[in-house]
Each structure stands twice: as structure tokens, then as C-alpha cells.
Design a binder for this molecule. Structure first.
Ligand SMILES: NC(=O)c1ccc[n+]([C@@H]2O[C@H](COP(=O)([O-])OP(=O)(O)OC[C@H]3O[C@@H](n4cnc5c(N)ncnc54)[C@H](O)[C@@H]3O)[C@@H](O)[C@H]2O)c1
Length: 457
């Protein structure tokens, strides 16, 4: 097999732009394609088209090997393999829509019609199992007039990355997931994977459908771990001396379990976890498998904001203001999709509280999610000024570093709900602060009575 040198990336968004930069950093010549002119101009000037850690530096450092265009044909003719990473938004059933991917595949097909040599198309976008073979391959074959396997190759190969560390995760994956139409397609992709990876990678090769399931299953499994930890947090609050961190540290020491995603606090959020879990449940339902576990997990996760709101309501008097610190779905992000902070603020507003939110990066997104139901402050101080109660929803350094005096802001007292038990211990110990950590029992006596009553019966 010839050594592959030229790659193309179709879709230069949050994931695709970092893939383009990462591949170029490993010596490949990479052509990026996007339908947004602004994105093409940025990349061709050596700038990042989206915000991501280290992206601008990497694009500019390797600009001699990076080119961007709106022409799918140009990209196909000048490369041996194309990675398609366009949006696949969720539809109302919880499945993923294919319209962007179909358009991209149609353009790639038309280009393949004009190409003589072998070319591999890799779908990286998240899809429902079956979509690659039955939703997209026919588009490629119809537009190209060619046959998969004989004239070109096809793989489904998602990346496991977290926003904020996309480039690092892309270059240092735990493993590569390769769903291959046939052996030749998989061989080409594995060769590229091995050359891109900064370490000796584990490559898991399988059928396209098994890879589609594995991608959703991985995220779904992690969400179940998070929900399990949240169940423990809820339980520990009701047991004398209960402390979810003590329990999770013990569980996490077992190598079958591991400590990650076991902290307990608020629910899972963001653009991937909730929707991948729901999509797997949807698929189970469609094919007659039992997806109850997955759908129950989703239902449990979406109920957490209401549960925490009930707790908060018992700590606040009518007419008092509550501040919600943390509106993005995780620290250092501007994304509010499925954010627990936003869900909590809205549930609190719905329950009649006056709510003022703050986030160092996500103010704009939160404002449009809130409409006029809750306010978004310009600064932490402004958010805290009138707040009788403050909820900290993410372990953002801006919040972890807050001092007791800042929470108090000149007031006589304040209640602080610490969802991740991440605040300065001096805040918890301050005599004028009523510190309420999620996941720890705060009142042993009534909890002990409830426990005793079980044995009395
Ligand atoms: N962002 C993540 O954390 C993440 C993680 C895992 C998987 N994914 C999946 O990756 C896919 C892309 O996600 P994203 O966050 O990068 O999306 P994004 O919206 O940030 O970027 C998609 C880009 O594709 C471009 N595009 C749309 N149609 C196109 C076409 N026909 N040709 C060329 N470009 C086109 C858009 O203009 C946009 O720039 C989705 O399926 C998503 O589920 C994302």
C-alpha cells in the first residue's frame, strides 16, 4: 500500500477544525472543507474558525500544510481519505438527523465520479446505528455512480474528545474505533490513525454497525456512572454521617469501577452525553430491544434540577433572591446545551424565586436560554450582591477561589449550596455562612430516626 500523505476534513466546526490542525501537526497535508466562507477565510489566514484550546496556535504553526476550500471536489481530488464531521442534530424522537451529512456525501459522491484512484470516506459525525450503511452509503453510490468496496472505501470512525481538550484528546486517544465496510477501507484508516497518534494506539476494528453502537454505548455507559453517583449523593444526604465522597473514593478504588465520573453532584449535560444516551434508547425501541435502562437514566437525569430546587426552596424565604453561579455545561466552556445550571435556574424561577445567574463565558447563551425568566449578571459581585442564597453548579476556578467575604458581600448571612463540594473550606466553616453541600448529611438526628424506624417496624 502506498503511504498516504494527503487528507481532507469535511466540516470545520468544534471537532473538525481541531482534527485538521492535529493531522497537519503530524506531517500530513490537509484540506479542510466547510460551507461557511468565514470559516474558510479564517483557516486560510492561519486563524482558528472556532474557539478551542491551542487551535489557533496549531493552525498557524502548520499553515504550510493546511488549506481550506468550499469545494468538496477540490478536497476529494487532492486527498486519499476524507473525514466527514458535519452536524447531526437530534430530532424530536431522539434520533440524529442526516440532512447535513447527506448533503456532504452527495458532494463527495459527485467528486468521486470525477476521480480515478481509490478514495476512502470516513464518517466521524455521531449517527444512529444503521445510518452509515442505509442512510448515507446509498447517497454516495448514487452521486458517484460507483460501488463501495470496489471503487471506494467507507468507514464509520468517531473520535472520543472533550471540548476544551479536543486537540490533546484527538492526538492521544485511549483507542481508535474503526467500523469498516471492508478490510481495505479499514487498512487505510488504521494506517492514518497510527501515523496521527502520538503513542502506540489501540485500534479496535469491527463492522460499521458494531462501531456505531460502541460510540453511543460508551457515552451512555459514562452517563449511567454519573447517575449512579448522583443516586449515592442523594442517599448519603439522608444517612447519618453520610458523605458521598467517602463512599465514591472507596468504590473508585475497585479496578472494575474506577473513580472517574463517580463524584456525585448534578446531572450529565452538554452536546453529547444526554443525546447519545437517548439515541441508544431510541434505537433499542426501534429494533425491539429493551432500552428501559437507558430511558430511565435519561428521566432520572432530567429530574435532578427539580430535586435540587425543592431543597433550595426549603432554604429560602419568599421574596429573597438566589444566585446561580455556573451556567455553562462545564467549566471553561461557553456552551449551555443541556446545562444543569441553566435547567436549575429555570426550575427555581418556575418555583417563584427571583434568580440571577452568572458565568464567566456563557452569559450570552444563558441569556437566550432564560428569555426573561431569570437575569444574567455581568460580574460575580453583581450576582452575589442581593443573593440570600448562592448555588455553585460547576467546579469552575472562578467560584472555587471565592472567599467567604465575597459570598457575604456585606450581608449578615448567606446560604451557599455547593453542588460539587469544591469551595474553599473557609467558606464552609464561616459562622455567617449556612453551607449546604450536595451529597452530605447535614442533620444526623432526624436521619438517624428514619433509619431507626426501619428496624422498629
Ligand atoms: N463537539 C463535540 O464535543 C463532539 C464530540 C463527539 C462527536 N461530535 C459529533 O461531531 C459532529 C460535528 O460536531 P461539531 O461539534 O464539530 O459541530 P459544529 O456545528 O461545531 O461544526 C460542524 C461544521 O460543519 C459545517 N458543515 C455543515 N455541512 C457541511 C457540508 N456539507 N460540507 C462541509 N461542511 C459542512 C458547518 O458549517 C460547521 O462548521 C456531530 O455529529 C457531533 O455529534 C461532536
Amino acid at each position: 500500500m502506498t503511504m498516504i500523505q494527503n487528507l481532507s476534513v469535511i466540516g470545520l466546526g468544534k471537532l473538525g477544525a481541531s482534527m485538521l490542525a492535529g493531522m497537519a501537526s503530524r506531517g500530513f497535508s490537509v484540506i479542510g472543507v466547510d460551507i461557511r466562507e468565514s470559516c474558510i477565510r479564517a483557516v486560510n489566514k492561519g486563524r482558528a474558525p472556532v474557539q478551542e484550546t491551542g487551535l489557533e496556535e496549531m493552525i498557524s504553526a502548520h499553515s504550510d500544510r493546511i488549506r481550506a476550500t468550499t469545494s468538496h471536489e477540490e478536497a476529494v481530488l487532492a486527498s486519499d481519505i476524507s473525514f466527514v464531521i458535519v452536524p447531526t442534530p437530534s430530532d424530536s424522537r431522539g434520533a440524529f438527523e442526516l440532512q447535513y451529512a447527506k448533503y456532504a456525501f452527495e458532494q463527495l459522491g459527485k467528486a468521486l465520479a470525477k476521480k480515478d484512484g481509490y478514495h476512502v470516506v470516513v464518517l466521524t459525525s455521531t449517527v444512529i446505528p444503521g445510518a452509515t450503511r442505509h442512510g448515507l452509503l446509498p447517497v454516495l453510490e448514487a452521486a458517484s455512480g460507483k460501488e463501495c468496496g470496489r471503487d471506494f472505501g467507507l468507514c464509520y470512525s468517531p473520535e472520543f474528545i472533550a471540548l476544551g481538550s479536543v486537540i490533546h484528546d484527538f492526538l492521544n486517544p485511549d483507542f481508535y474505533l474503526v467500523g469498516e465496510f471492508d478490510r481495505r477501507s479499514g487498512d487505510v484508516l488504521e494506517e492514518v490513525n497510527r501515523a496521527v497518534c502520538l503513542k502506540d494506539p489501540v485500534v479496535r476494528r469491527m463492522s460499521i454497525e458494531n462501531a456505531e453502537i460502541a460510540k453511543l454505548a460508551l457515552n451512555s455507559y459514562v452517563t449511567m456512572k454519573i447517575s449512579f453517583a448522583n443516586t449515592l449523593a442523594d442517599l448519603c444526604e439522608r444517612i447519618p454521617g453520610g458523605d458521598v465522597d467517602v463512599v465514591s473514593d472507596a468504590l473508585g478504588s475497585d479496578t472494575r469501577i474506577g473513580r472517574r465520573y463517580l463524584t456525585g453532584g448534578l446531572g450529565f449535560a452538554g452536546p453529547c452525553f444526554p443525546r447519545d444516551n437517548v439515541a441508544l434508547g431510541f434505537l433499542c425501541e426501534q429494533v425491539g430491544a429493551d432500552g428501559d435502562l437507558l430511558l430511565a437514566n435519561h428521566g432520572y437525569n432530567t429530574s435532578i434540577a427539580a430535586r435540587v430546587t425543592t431543597k433550595i426552596a426549603s432554604l429560602l424565604r419568599a421574596g429573597q433572591t438566589a444566585a446561580v453561579l455556573g451556567l455553562s455545561y462545564k467549566p471553561l466552556s461557553h456552551i449551555v446545551e443541556e446545562s444543569q445550571g441553566v435547567a436549575l435556574a429555570l426550575a427555581m424561577a418556575e418555583a417563584g424565586m427571583r434568580v440571577i445567574g452568572y458565568d464567566p463565558l456563557a452569559a450570552d447563551g444563558a441569556r437566550s436560554a432564560f428569555r426573561d425568566k431569570a437575569l444574567v449578571a455581568e460580574s460575580i459581585d453583581a450576582a452575589l450582591a442581593d443573593a440570600a442564597l448562592v448555588v455553585v453548579t460547576t467546579p469552575d476556578a472562578h467560584f472555587r477561589e471565592l472567599k467567604a467575604e465575597e459570598f457575604l458581600g456585606g450581608k449578615e448571612s448567606v446560604t451557599v449550596v455547593d453542588c460539587w463540594r469544591c469551595l474553599d473550606p473557609a467558606v464552609a466553616d464561616h459562622p455567617d455562612i449556612d453551607y449546604v453541600p450536595i451529597g452530605r448529611c447535614l442533620d444526623d438526628a432526624p436521619a438517624a430516626q428514619v433509619l431507626e424506624a426501619i428496624w422498629a417496624r
